[in-house]
Design a protein. Structure first.
Length: 264
C-alpha cells in the first residue's frame, strides 16, 4: 500500500509539472516568449520597410500587375505569352515573387508570398477556370472517386460529364471559327488531362450495362467529340483513349449524336 501511495504521489507531481509548465514563470520560457514577440515585431517592421523600398512580395506582385497593364492590354500580353513570346522583365519579377515563398524566408513572408501568387495567377478569369479544371483532374485521377456509388455520386459524375462537353465545344471543334482567333486562351494540356482522367476512370468503373445509365449519352457525346479528326493535335492523350479498345467496348462507333440534355 505504501508503494502504491508513493507511485500515486509521483504521478501527481508529474502531472503538476506538465500542466503547470505553460503558466508557471521560468527564465527560459520567459526569454522564449520575449524572443517570439520581439521577432514578430521586427518581422512586421522589416516587411513594412521592404514594401516602402519596393521590395517584398506585395511590392513585387504590384510590379507584375503593372507590367500586364489594364484589362485589354493584359489580354493581349497573355495571348503573346501563350504564343511563346518572352518578356525578360516580367520573368524576372515572377522569379522574385517565387523566391519569397522559399523556406529560407520567414513564415510571414512566405504566407504573404503565397497570397500574392494566388492573387496574381487568378487575376484573369480564364486562368481561374484553368486552375480549377486542373484541380478537378487531380481529384478524378484518384481511385477514391471511382469507388463511389449511389444517386449523389452518379449526379455529380453526370455534371462533370456535362461540364466537359461544354469545354470541348468551347474549343470550337464543330465550328469554322479558329480557336486562336476568337480571343479566348485555352489550357489544352489541362483539358486533355481532364478528359483523360474521365476516360481512364470510366474504363475501370463502368457498370455491366452502361447503356442503361442516364449519363451514358453524355459520355457518348464526349467520345464522339474526342474522335473528331481535329482533336488529336489539341488533345492527343484523350483522343487516343477515345479510340482505344477500353472505351470502344463501352461506346460504339455508331452511337448517334444526342439531343441537348439538361442534367438535373
Amino acid at each position: 500500500m505504501a508503494l502504491m501511495h508513493r507511485d500515486q504521489i509521483a504521478r501527481e507531481r508529474q502531472m503538476q509539472l506538465v500542466l503547470g509548465s505553460s503558466s508557471t514563470p521560468a527564465p527560459g520560457r520567459t526569454l522564449n516568449q520575449f524572443y517570439t514577440h520581439f521577432g514578430n515585431y521586427v518581422e512586421k517592421r522589416v516587411n513594412h520597410a521592404a514594401h516602402s523600398w519596393g521590395r517584398g512580395p506585395s511590392a513585387t506582385a504590384g510590379r507584375i500587375a503593372e507590367l500586364f497593364g489594364a484589362e485589354q492590354h493584359r489580354a493581349a500580353k497573355l495571348d503573346q505569352l501563350h504564343n511563346g513570346a518572352s518578356f525578360p522583365e516580367l520573368e524576372k519579377e515572377c522569379s522574385k515573387l517565387i523566391e519569397y515563398a522559399l523556406p529560407y524566408e520567414s513564415a510571414g513572408t512566405q504566407i504573404q508570398a503565397f497570397k500574392c501568387i494566388v492573387t496574381t495567377v487568378t487575376r484573369v478569369n480564364a486562368t481561374s477556370d484553368a486552375i480549377a479544371l486542373r484541380y478537378l483532374s487531380g481529384i478524378l485521377e484518384l481511385p477514391t472517386f471511382w469507388r463511389g456509388s449511389g444517386p449523389t455520386h452518379t449526379d455529380v459524375f453526370s455534371k462533370i460529364l456535362d461540364h466537359l462537353i461544354h469545354v470541348l465545344k468551347d474549343l470550337g471543334l464543330e465550328s469554322d471559327e479558329d480557336e486562336t482567333s476568337n480571343g479566348i486562351i485555352f489550357d489544352n494540356e489541362g483539358i486533355d488531362s481532364f478528359a483523360s482522367a474521365i476516360l481512364i476512370g470510366v474504363s475501370s468503373w463502368c457498370p455491366a450495362e452502361p447503356e442503361t445509365q442516364y449519363w451514358y449519352h453524355c459520355l457518348a457525346e464526349i467520345v464522339r467529340l474526342l474522335r473528331s479528326p481535329e482533336v488529336e493535335p489539341l488533345l492527343p492523350k484523350s483522343a487516343t483513349l477515345a479510340t482505344g479498345p477500353d472505351i470502344r467496348s463501352i461506346i460504339r462507333d455508331n452511337v448517334p449524336k444526342p439531343l441537348n440534355i439538361l442534367v438535373p
